[in-house]
Design a protein around this ligand. Structure first.
Ligand SMILES: C[S@@+](CC[C@H](N)C(=O)[O-])C[C@H]1O[C@@H](n2cnc3c(N)ncnc32)[C@H](O)[C@@H]1O
Length: 243
């Protein structure tokens, strides 16, 4: 008999920010396939005989391809096992989670999807920044910065973002932050707009670096900001001072 699969969000790094449903499923999973940014503390919830597979994706250095991950999920589920695919943050926020669901569907395997606390909102909050605040901004955008604005593959409307007056949260943008900041300035966003970079949030190596849109590219190079990091751009960045 075919087993089942759960696609589960592990939250942003702090092991306490996982959902109750995720813990329930971790307690019964027979195979756990996990990503790199996930706290190993979560494995304490697992059965003693659980098989752990480290899918360990690092930026620009994928240890396992998406096809290989899909193949593992399907292989173990077809053996009749309960496979839990544990992904950082929320599985559907730049997590390729839906590709895994589609692969399972094609193989005739049932999938339960458990949302997670996304880093896009919780990481700014962890340092006192609300991504919306009444009277400051009524919208926010979560944007992947892994493709340069000039790249033909880019699907981001940087011009619209620069005019939006909303908070911009950039994920996977460390390499391209200089060009992204310049693109936003080119389209009219003020170079004095506050920016914060939060690197390795909620871990012992967390670093928080403030700047503005005009300086963040240079600061990022000088300070050697490294993934995983989130950049928050907008007036809400200054609100942390009120605490
Ligand atoms: C592939 S995306 C996955 C996002 C994830 N699905 C989520 O909902 O948080 C990975 C990016 O999330 C951001 N990120 C995730 N966890 C983070 C953390 N603890 N500190 C800083 N950035 C983090 C970084 O921008 C990183 O490059």
């Amino acid at each position: 008999m075919t087993g089942k699969v759960a696609l589960v969000g592990a939250g942003p790094g702090d092991p306490k920010l996982i959902t109750v449903r995720a813990v329930e499923l971790l307690q019964t999973a027979q195979v756990v396939i996990m990503d790199r940014l996930i706290s190993k503390d979560l494995l304490a919830y697992c059965r003693v005989d659980v098989k752990i597979i480290d899918a360990g994706k690092e930026p620009y250095k994928h240890q396992m391809t998406q096809d290989e991950i899909n193949a593992y999920i399907i292989e173990y589920a077809k053996k009749g096992l309960f496979v839990l695919r544990l992904k950082g943050g929320d599985p559907y926020v730049f997590g390729r989670g839906f590709e895994e669901v589609l692969a399972c569907q094609e193989a005739g395997i049932e999938v339960e999807v458990v949302p997670g606390v996304t880093s896009a909102i919780s990481v700014p909050a962890s340092i006192g920044i609300p991504i919306t605040h009444r009277g400051v901004t009524q919208q926010f955008s979560v944007v992947s910065g892994h493709v340069l604005p000039s790249d033909p593959r880019s699907m981001v409307d940087w011009k619209a973002l620069s005019k939006s007056r909303g908070t911009i949260v950039l994920l996977m943008a460390v390499t391209n932050i200089q060009q992204i900041a310049q693109e936003l300035i080119k389209h009219g966003l003020c170079e004095k707009t506050p920016v914060v970079s939060i690197e390795s949030a909620m871990s012992p190596t967390q670093r928080v670096i403030y700047g503005d849109l005009g300086s963040i590219g240079v600061i990022s190079k000088e300070q050697n900001i490294s993934p995983p990091a989130i950049f928050v751009i907008g007036e809400v960045v200054g609100l942390a001072d009120k605490l």
